[in-house]
Design a protein around this ligand. Structure first.
Ligand code: BGC
Length: 363
């Protein structure tokens, strides 16, 4: 009897020791070094912005290939159930690090917490999951992105010379923390102008899930409800901006009403060169992907690097180790910089009527 107890206790001890050794998760999300490194990435969709499939996937893939690590990059196509299913499949397949772009904080948190419970470290890529548990957050300074949009619109409106211009706002998805940060940035620039009476605040609406088609409907309604009296549009990305441009075109107002954007998509750059869009924001996604890939590769191998930066998760009340990159404002004058950086090619941007504009812009 006594012997039995001792044997059981010893077995228990062994089991515990064994768990610690192979689980590798001692609370710091250190990852497991005993498994073959494999990185899972879940992208959000392919419609809210061209970037996810044309830039992020490409650059992440290149970084993983260069490092010779196994990877699996999938796109949830804006489906929250699919997002969870992909995460489950990746965890079952034995990924040793998981990177996500959440569709909202709730879905993101469920996935991050599940991974954590299985000892798999995680990265919030581009969007911070509020109250989440990611080991790192890699993104841009998103308040700075919004500030560039606000300043860009002010510049275009001032150049247009209209007094007391009415400014409409087409914000990003209310469930994307980035949309909140962008708005914080541009409202910081616009609000003082509204308060002083220099500008007039027009309709201000969020676009659910950054849906470009819905954005056109929303902007159409804004346009109708104001009797067409909109003089400038703060659109949070190129897709939303293009939706506004489409409506303005129908009313022969494109090029007369400045519209902002973000992502330096081919369409956005073309709209800028044609004069239909006042500016876009270039985020060097190669840098973002490279930084995230380097951290993920480290995590997948059981290493944790110091990023030297952190952001506060206001809902989880914790500091998340972060990499935050600087965005750049792009107008007609410097579209060339985006092409020189290799983010877009002259062949894809300078087509049709845009070709002559490219020549004018020195591209
Ligand atoms: C990203 C933007 C993108 C938007 C829609 C945001 O979280 O930061 O680059 O345009 O989502 O996909």
């Amino acid at each position: 009897m006594r012997r039995g107890i001792i044997a059981l206790a010893a077995a228990g001890l062994l089991a515990v020791t064994g768990l610690t050794a192979c689980g590798g998760d001692d609370g710091d999300n250190g990852g497991s070094s005993s498994k073959k490194p494999k990185i899972g990435v879940i992208l959000p969709d392919s419609k809210s912005s061209a970037r996810w499939e044309t830039a992020d996937r490409k650059y992440l893939e290149a970084a993983f290939k260069a490092a010779g690590v196994d990877y699996d990059i999938q796109n949830a196509q804006n489906d929250k159930n699919a997002f969870q299913t992909i995460a489950d499949q990746m965890l079952t397949s034995g990924v040793t690090a998981l990177m996500i772009v959440n569709l909202d904080s709730g879905t993101g948190k469920a996935v991050l917490d599940k991974a954590k419970n299985q000892g798999v470290p995680t990265i919030d890529y581009d969007r911070l999951t509020l109250n989440g548990s990611a080991s790192y957050y890699v993104s841009f300074d998103n308040v700075a992105v919004g500030k560039l949009q606000g300043e860009g619109l002010v510049k275009c409106l001032t150049a247009g010379g209209k007094t007391k211009p009415v400014v409409a706002e087409l914000n990003g998805s209310p469930t994307d923390n980035n949309a909140t940060l962008f708005k914080q940035g541009y409202d910081g620039v616009l609000k003082p102008k509204f308060d002083s009476g220099e500008f007039v605040k027009g309709p201000d609406q969020s676009v659910p899930e950054w849906d470009n088609a819905q954005a056109a409907t929303i902007f159409e309604q804004m346009f109708t409800s104001t009797g067409g009296k909109i003089d400038g549009v703060l659109a949070a990305n190129d897709g939303l901006g293009n939706a506004a441009v489409t409506v303005l075109k129908k009313n022969n107002l494109n090029g007369k009403v400045p519209v902002t954007g973000q992502d330096a998509t081919v369409q956005g750059l073309q709209n800028v060169l044609l004069g239909d869009q006042c500016m876009t924001v270039y985020k060097a996604i190669k840098k973002e992907a490279d930084a995230a890939a380097a951290l993920a590769i480290g995590l997948a191998k059981g290493e944790k690097k110091d990023t030297g930066q952190k952001v506060r998760d206001p809902e989880g009340n914790r500091d998340v180790p972060a990499v935050l990159l600087e965005p750049q404002s792009i107008t007609k004058e410097n579209v060339k910089a985006v092409i020189d950086d290799g983010f877009a090619t002259k062949a894809e941007v300078c087509t049709g009527a845009v070709a002559a504009k490219c020549t004018e812009a020195g591209i």
